[in-house]
Design a protein around this ligand. Sequence first.
Ligand SMILES: *[C@@H]1O[C@H](CO)[C@@H](O)[C@H](O)[C@H]1NC(C)=O
Ligand SMILES: *[C@@H]1O[C@H](CO)[C@@H](O)[C@H](O)[C@H]1NC(C)=O
Ligand SMILES: *[C@@H]1O[C@H](CO)[C@@H](O)[C@H](O)[C@H]1NC(C)=O
Ligand SMILES: *[C@@H]1O[C@H](CO)[C@@H](O)[C@H](O)[C@H]1NC(C)=O
Ligand SMILES: *[C@@H]1O[C@H](CO)[C@@H](O)[C@H](O)[C@H]1NC(C)=O
Ligand SMILES: *[C@@H]1O[C@H](CO)[C@@H](O)[C@H](O)[C@H]1NC(C)=O
Ligand SMILES: *[C@@H]1O[C@H](CO)[C@@H](O)[C@H](O)[C@H]1NC(C)=O
Ligand SMILES: *[C@@H]1O[C@H](CO)[C@@H](O)[C@H](O)[C@H]1NC(C)=O
Ligand SMILES: *[C@@H]1O[C@H](CO)[C@@H](O)[C@H](O)[C@H]1NC(C)=O
Ligand SMILES: *[C@@H]1O[C@H](CO)[C@@H](O)[C@H](O)[C@H]1NC(C)=O
Ligand SMILES: *[C@@H]1O[C@H](CO)[C@@H](O)[C@H](O)[C@H]1NC(C)=O
Ligand SMILES: *[C@@H]1O[C@H](CO)[C@@H](O)[C@H](O)[C@H]1NC(C)=O
Length: 798
Amino acid sequence: MVTLHLSLMVTIVCFSLFFLAHSVNSNACQDERLNFEFCNLSLPYEERAKDLISRLTLHQKAQLLVHDAPAVERLCLPRYQWWAEALHGLANSVGRSLHFNSTVPGATSFPAVILSAATFNQSLWLEMGKVVSTEARGMYNVHQAGLNYWSPTVNMYRDPRWGRGQETPSEDPLLSARYGVNYVRGLQEVENQPNRLKVSACCKHYTSYDLDRWRGVNRKHFDAKVTEQDLEDSYQPAFRSCVEEGNVSCLMCSYNKVNGVPTCADQDLLKGVVRGKWGLNGYIASDCDSVEVMHLNMSYTSTTEDAVALALKNAGLDMNCGNYFRSYLENAVHMNKVDEAVVDDALAHNFMVLMRLGFFDGFRDSLPFGHLGPADVCTQEHQQLAVDAAKQGIVLLENNGSLPLSQTIVHKLAVIGPNANASETMLIIYAGVPCRLPHLCKHFTKDQDRLNLSLPWNQEKLVLEVVNAAKGPVILVIMSGGPVDLSFFNDSGIGALLWAGYPGEAGGDALAQVVFGYYNPGGRLPFTWYPQEYVDQVDMTDMNMRANSTRDYPGRTYRFYSGNSLYQFCHGMSYTGFTKTLKFAPSTVFVRSSASFHISSVNSTQSVDISTVDCPRLRMHVIVELTNNGSTVGSHVMLVFIKPPNMVGLGGLPNIQLVDFKRTEVESGKAQQVSFDINVYKHLSMVDPKGVRKLILGDHALIIGSSTEQQLTHQFNVARASSKDQGTMVALLNETFFYDDRCGLTALVVYGGSVRVKIVGVCPPTLCDENTNLALSTEAFSQIADPAAGKIFVDYAT
Ligand SMILES: *[C@@H]1O[C@H](CO)[C@@H](O)[C@H](O)[C@H]1NC(C)=O
Ligand SMILES: *[C@@H]1O[C@H](CO)[C@@H](O)[C@H](O)[C@H]1NC(C)=O
Ligand SMILES: *[C@@H]1O[C@H](CO)[C@@H](O)[C@H](O)[C@H]1NC(C)=O
Ligand SMILES: *[C@@H]1O[C@H](CO)[C@@H](O)[C@H](O)[C@H]1NC(C)=O
Ligand SMILES: *[C@@H]1O[C@H](CO)[C@@H](O)[C@H](O)[C@H]1NC(C)=O
Ligand SMILES: *[C@@H]1O[C@H](CO)[C@@H](O)[C@H](O)[C@H]1NC(C)=O
Ligand SMILES: *[C@@H]1O[C@H](CO)[C@@H](O)[C@H](O)[C@H]1NC(C)=O
Ligand SMILES: *[C@@H]1O[C@H](CO)[C@@H](O)[C@H](O)[C@H]1NC(C)=O
Ligand SMILES: *[C@@H]1O[C@H](CO)[C@@H](O)[C@H](O)[C@H]1NC(C)=O
Ligand SMILES: *[C@@H]1O[C@H](CO)[C@@H](O)[C@H](O)[C@H]1NC(C)=O
Ligand SMILES: *[C@@H]1O[C@H](CO)[C@@H](O)[C@H](O)[C@H]1NC(C)=O
Ligand SMILES: *[C@@H]1O[C@H](CO)[C@@H](O)[C@H](O)[C@H]1NC(C)=O
């Protein structure tokens, strides 16, 4: 009987195989007669993955751990291609899962990431991710795309010469993190199903990777020397947020070494940090050929099998883009360099991601997203969002009043320069085929880093000739992924200057709208615009963020740069005027760490190691009123920076540090309140030279606004909370209290200073755990302050 049943199954399998094996981008488990447990939707993913793995031979396992996973006919597993890119829209390329043909001829192409980041608009990034995942599902359903996308790139834009800077959001860790989290969520999230995936995103390239080819140093040999301090507060935060806040389902290690160890072989950084500390729920992929590079180019291992073993076993790599696992893994197992159980763990990580995508759920039509198709790609709405992203990102750097051009008076406009017909420039790296070609205004391909910041070819000369010949105002539009040398600008007679990144398929529309004032520009520079001298002074291979005057090193990015930038990080002008008024901010923030009080004292300045605090979610509110007192509607990016107190022993503090931002649109003559909810420990803490995050006690300054606009400064004090036994403290009307489960006062944020609050006795034990910030009005506060119940006593002495 059993034999008969099996042979029958083989017949079925072979029948379905004809279709499946040759069609990429198909779901597995399509034949309902298959009784495999891994196809059983009522079993948990772990069990299904385990079942599937138990049915594979070692040879098959090795084949399935690479990006181009072959079909397994016996199990009706179709071939699966893991590699596709969607940095700023779906991209096609030979050998990847996605291709265009006349069924779906193109997809929505957003601006290069650096310009989208310049919008500082978080909901836009989320929407962009949603559009891309919708289009991906639409294409998957007609077999033209896969479900795994190796995007976004969240590396910090460390050096202005980096040829791939335009692929990243920013030089700032917070901005990069926010971009990554929103884009990932837009790609991945399925409403009300937290563990399902719409498509799988991948944050890359982990870590400290930001050099391609510069003066004989290339990314496949580069050993990035990174201090613990820089790693913790500059290179890692965006990746950490991807995992912890974005729930990203994949992280990709890079080519380079960090402090001597190739990142894809780094036990500490991958297994220890990414899977261990951050708790990645997903798989770790290598950059394409990283494992090979480790052996061939870096000579890091003496045999190919050792390279495989290091990556798979030590580091916990799950997916090899490349051929090494396919070619050498079996042998590595036979040589006892890797246990088969390790291979199974890696497979489980990969398969579970496919399960969360619904890949093993059978026929796609009946599944979520099964209704999407070609009609959902390049919709009017999606293309509108591409225009939005471009116009919101464009930065007005200078304006002598020439802009906006009059919509009625200007009848003739000459568009001059190499980008006058810039279809390709606008689209840039990893581009797909856009829904339509941009029609305003040839990019210099950048697989290599720049040597200087000059405009290429003779563009500077051309600009100056145009200015001389022009009868009306001259507007210079720079399309670049980073700063260019504009030292000629000041005496040139140019009326206005716009930076437009690489604006994507909608670049022409977006620029026209900005130039003629149909849209009021509100973008901000996501990078420091260094002068040319900077690159003469700084070695591109120097990973240090902090300035060092002993060796004449100016430091990197607005957080540490000690020189004068041409345009500062976050610079950006508007056609209207905005004023800001501070409405609400704390005067004191009381904090306490756990029983053993990890407070170190250096020269009487104290700091708290934030890993020891009781209430890590402690937040403070800041409210600013924003008034548009100009004559046109406009969007304003409100920026909140922190300047910590100086502390001996905590060297290398940033000049200032961005802790929050919000883009808000305000009508002319109107005002609006903009509020912020800032996590005290996460965002106000600073990293010490050993890489430990500490909150410094003392006077902090909140600085609202960049240095080229109206700036508000607010001082507040961070102090140690007294324990409940220590009696009274002073507070105002709005308080935020936190209690730990031992029911002592853990933290208190005080907004002002005239009402005495006395804390005695016990309190509800769960307040801190529930992600609540118990902001109490006076009334509410007095209600729960119930002396009879022995909870909280409040003494309202004024
Ligand atoms: C799927 O698993 C459930 C739970 O173990 C089981 O009751 C059911 O019979 C299985 N379905 C099939 C088709 O095997
Ligand atoms: C486009 O490609 C898909 C997947 O390979 C295929 O099914 C479809 O027939 C192709 N469309 C045309 C018009 O060739
Ligand atoms: C992250 O994923 C887990 C399940 O894997 C889920 O419980 C959690 O809610 C998710 N978090 C967010 C912010 O979506
Ligand atoms: C890496 O090594 C391979 C094989 O020796 C060689 O072909 C390739 O050019 C090297 N790549 C780099 C970037 O040096
Ligand atoms: C602009 O470039 C595109 C593609 O290279 C070309 O088809 C088009 O004719 C050019 N337009 C003008 C006005 O030169
Ligand atoms: C800048 O570098 C480019 C090559 O990247 C070179 O052609 C150009 O001459 C350099 N300009 C200056 C001013 O050094
Ligand atoms: C123009 O001159 C001002 C004042 O000297 C200077 O601050 C600014 O950086 C210069 N701008 C450029 C683009 O060189
Ligand atoms: C702005 O600069 C342009 C030159 O591009 C000049 O024609 C115009 O008069 C200037 N406008 C003002 C208000 O200075
Ligand atoms: C600054 O550079 C000097 C000279 O290279 C070096 O000895 C010193 O340790 C550096 N200081 C810091 C804080 O890195
Ligand atoms: C404390 O400050 C004094 C004077 O500024 C300095 O000499 C001393 O080294 C400092 N102590 C520590 C532990 O940093
Ligand atoms: C942010 O982007 C969304 C989507 O384009 C847009 O609707 C919204 O108005 C933008 N917000 C601001 C303040 O510009
Ligand atoms: C602070 O208290 C005042 C007066 O009770 C109230 O109007 C205001 O809304 C409160 N603000 C917050 C952020 O709770």
